[in-house]
Design a protein around this ligand. Structure first.
Ligand SMILES: [Zn+2]
Length: 401
């Protein structure tokens, strides 16, 4: 029996089952390799003890992260988000110039470079993907190419001492051994330090039926209820929470040592209350989710059928496109998918024969319909298309927000 990754309770309750799919970010190089793709079950469980919604680990994490195709700096909105977060953090925590500022899964240094720009030079990136870590170092963002956990945290502590601020943005949900990760944070966090987490909120996933955010690289689906349980285990506590719009409704969560001086902000009990009112302490809300998913799936198929064989191009090939296309089996409706990330171009969406092309391909073909997969940044994409595309097209997004 599979056990909960936090509390080791047996996992018996199914939150949702999206059948078997290939790894969402493993874009294939050729059409022929489609038969060789490995499909893994995408079955998400609820732990009825600590209430963590989770996908049991079926894939070795090193396989997922060592040659990752995503460079954070490809999204202009994300760059703006990072630069704002840097300024807000410097103000909120009155940071000193020599305070160690660490980011886990620092990617190409998109966030830390903002601190350098503001003359905070004691920065440390931790990035498991070798190609991305090298790129960051070449650009003078001090980066350790390691997979962060309890064991590697000791190496970090020895070499760098304690971190005053630790960022992990959209990381915690992607960590298979979440206990080891949090224990590692506990070890490297300065006694007056703050760990800043950003993660999609499970409440929104359920409320807005965002089932396409479920994929193998996304192991935990986080609520404050489940995080309170997890942090208590490691003598940490949440002292502030901000709601932020990224990924269809995320939380920015501020965590400190249990006995640190930070006072709990009113936002913390407020969001706990919202979760209780929504019913996140009640199994029924979780166990009804599959029904909502299948209603949505049928709506999506009908919607595409009603476009009457007009050509449809997809725009954006994030992991959520892989889940949506594979679970709804809508590949037959889509000619190509456009993505600005050059490392994805000319590859294929996992599990499908859909090839990823650059925007010039779209401007030449002038398809009548454009289906935007990263619905969370659809405004950014609309702006780009309006700027570059001088032809008649209709944009479609599935109403996930
Ligand atoms: Zn549990």
């Amino acid at each position: 029996m599979t056990k909960c990754r936090v509390c080791e309770n047996n996992l018996t309750k199914v939150f949702c089952n999206l059948n078997k799919t290939p790894l969402a970010n493993s874009y294939r190089n050729s059409l022929d390799e489609i038969d060789k793709e490995i499909h893994y079950p995408l079955k998400v469980f609820l732990c009825s003890n600590c209430m963590l919604v989770q996908l049991p680990e079926t894939v070795v994490p090193e396989h997922i992260f060592t040659d990752y195709a995503y460079f954070s700096s490809y999204s202009s909105n994300w760059l703006k988000h990072a630069s704002k977060l840097c300024i807000e953090s410097i103000r909120k925590f009155s940071l000193h110039k020599d305070d160690l500022i660490t980011e886990i899964a620092s990617n190409d240094g998109y966030l830390l470079k903002n601190f350098k720009r503001n003359n905070y030079n004691n920065i440390l990136g931790i990035e498991p993907a070798k190609n991305i870590a090298s790129f960051a170092n070449e650009n003078n963002i001090n980066t350790e190419n390691i997979f962060f956990n309890e064991e590697t945290s000791e190496y970090i502590l020895k070499k760098y001492k304690y971190s005053k601020i630790i960022f992990s943005l959209n990381v915690l949900a992607h960590v298979p051994n979440i206990n080891s990760f949090v224990n590692g944070i506990k070890k490297i966090l300065h006694k007056d330090g703050c760990w800043i987490i950003e993660a999609p909120h499970l409440l929104n996933l359920i409320n807005k039926t965002q089932f396409d955010t479920i994929y193998h690289e996304h192991f935990s689906y986080l609520s404050i209820l489940a995080l309170d349980y997890l942090f208590k285990k490691f003598d940490l506590r949440i002292f502030d929470i901000n709601k932020i719009p990224t990924h269809g409704g995320s939380l920015r969560i501020f965590v400190c040592h249990q006995d640190a001086f930070y006072k709990e902000n009113k936002s913390v009990p407020k969001i706990r209350d919202e979760e209780f009112e929504f019913g996140l302490n009640n199994e029924d809300v979780y166990l009804n989710f599959q029904k909502k998913v299948d209603i949505k799936k049928n709506k999506i198929i009908k919607y595409l059928e009603n476009l009457n064989d007009e050509e449809i191009y997809g725009f954006g090939a994030p992991a959520k496109a892989t889940t949506l296309i594979n679970y709804c089996q809508i590949d037959k409706f889509i000619s190509y998918i456009i993505d600005n990330n050059i490392t994805k171009q000319n590859k294929y969406i996992p599990g499908t024969k859909i090839q990823i092309k650059n925007i010039d391909h779209l401007l030449l073909s002038k398809p009548k319909n454009i289906l935007v997969f990263p619905w969370n940044i659809s405004n950014e994409i609309k702006k780009e298309l309006d700027y570059k595309g001088k032809f008649n097209y209709k944009i479609h997004t599935f109403d996930f927000e």
